[in-house]
Design a protein around this ligand. Structure first.
Ligand code: 5AD
Ligand code: FES
Length: 359
């Protein structure tokens, strides 16, 4: 077996090597994080880019077994921000020099929703004078809809594959959700010209380290531009909660999520990697630790405070009692403590996207 220190010089890894890296502990683990952080600095720089996250509605037509805002959860108070509230969030992002905005909501597929987003995109472009980058995270849609939104000004899209293991995917979703559809959507997004982001949950019931290694290989093979992945956190009002006794301990899920970030950074040196908010649901310094393990994007919540408690995908979601400005002040302080500069006023696009399109 080769020495661990040799592994981390490589760019391509066999599955067995990835598994070995994901099992790193003690000194090897510190070494892994340090190398990933170096790779980040030399390929995408030391800056952390902000994407102001607007969770504008928790109305959802899907019923994923892990998600707190699934359609069948009757205990959720459903909300839908007005267009004006969304535009105000965009103004906040502009005024505070966040380079970009993410519009996220529960999943809806209908004409009224398509049109609403299309209009919002045009208005956000207008009020920011084109200065604000816009990412969408609105789930599975037809390729026509993706194209309309792209033409209206969105240029990045996040759609997590959740797990690249088809059988596991099926176990986590009702019969009418399909892995093939998810894959087709990712292909559409990439073909249309979006900077395409995906991601997985880490520590799902039945998930193995082998699955996680396959997830990283999937991302590399698909040539993604951005990734957001974080630990799975059980939610009491979901069917998957029944399986809470078979889960890895929460600390294990957390550390494995950090290792996933670090290994992917070494494999795909110039992509954008978000430090998932779910990391901070487990550890108060979770997002900073994600940055230290190789992430370069943070998505501060800029949803008006009064709605935040109702967008609980998982338990212990951080920042639910804060207002947008409090999160800004907090993150400024946190990141300066963790020795990272914030890329204010910059889009911080995925370098990988441009390199992939030059070929
Ligand atoms: N734990 C962690 N992440 C979750 N998500 C949904 N439910 C949970 C949960 N219980 C993630 C999914 C989804 C993203 C918006 O939130 O990966 O794609
Ligand atoms: Fe929201 Fe710290 S980032 S309170």
């Amino acid at each position: 077996m080769r020495k661990f220190s040799q592994f981390i010089q490589q760019t391509s890894f066999t599955k067995a090597e990835i598994v070995e890296l994901l099992k790193a502990s003690d000194n090897d683990l510190e070494h892994l994080f340090a190398v990933a952080n170096e790779v980040k600095k030399s390929h995408v720089g030391a800056k952390v880019y902000f994407r102001g996250l607007v969770e504008f509605s928790n109305v959802c037509s899907k019923d994923c077994y892990y998600c707190g805002i699934r359609k069948s959860n009757r205990n959720v108070r459903r909300y839908n921000l007005s267009d004006e509230e969304i535009l105000n969030a965009a103004r906040f992002a502009c005024e505070n020099n966040y380079g970009s905005l993410v519009l996220q909501s529960g999943e809806l597929e209908n004409d009224a929703f398509t049109l609403r987003i299309e209009n919002l995109l045009k208005q956000i472009k207008k009020i920011s004078g084109g200065a604000l980058g816009i990412t969408l995270s609105l789930g599975e849609q037809s390729s026509d809809v993706y194209k309309r939104w792209f033409d209206a000004g969105a240029h990045r899209y996040l759609l997590r594959i959740e797990t690249s293991n088809r059988e596991l995917y099926q176990k986590l979703h009702p019969g009418n959700h399909s892995f093939e559809k998810r894959m087709a959507c990712l292909n559409d997004l990439q073909r249309i010209g979006y900077q395409t982001g995906t991601g997985v949950m880490i520590g799902l019931p039945f998930q193995t380290i082998d699955d996680l290694a396959d997830d990283l290989l999937f991302m590399q093979h698909f040539n993604i531009d951005m990734v957001g992945m974080g630990p799975y956190i059980e939610h009491e009002e979901t069917p998957l909660y029944e399986l809470r006794n078979v889960l890895w301990p929460i600390g294990e899920r957390f550390i494995t999520a950090l290792k996933m970030i670090a290994v992917l950074r070494i494999m795909m040196k110039d992509i954008n990697i978000a430090s998932a908010t779910a990391l901070q649901a487990i550890d108060p310094l979770g997002r900073e630790k994600g940055v230290r393990a190789g992430a370069n994007v943070i998505m501060p919540n800029i949803t008006p405070g009064m709605y935040r408690n109702d967008y609980a995908l998982y338990q212990n979601k951080p920042c639910t009692d804060e207002e947008p400005l409090q999160c800004k002040v907090c993150l400024d302080a946190r990141l300066s403590l963790s020795d990272s500069e914030i890329g204010y006023g910059e889009w911080g696009d995925s370098k990988h996207f441009f390199r992939r399109n030059q070929k």
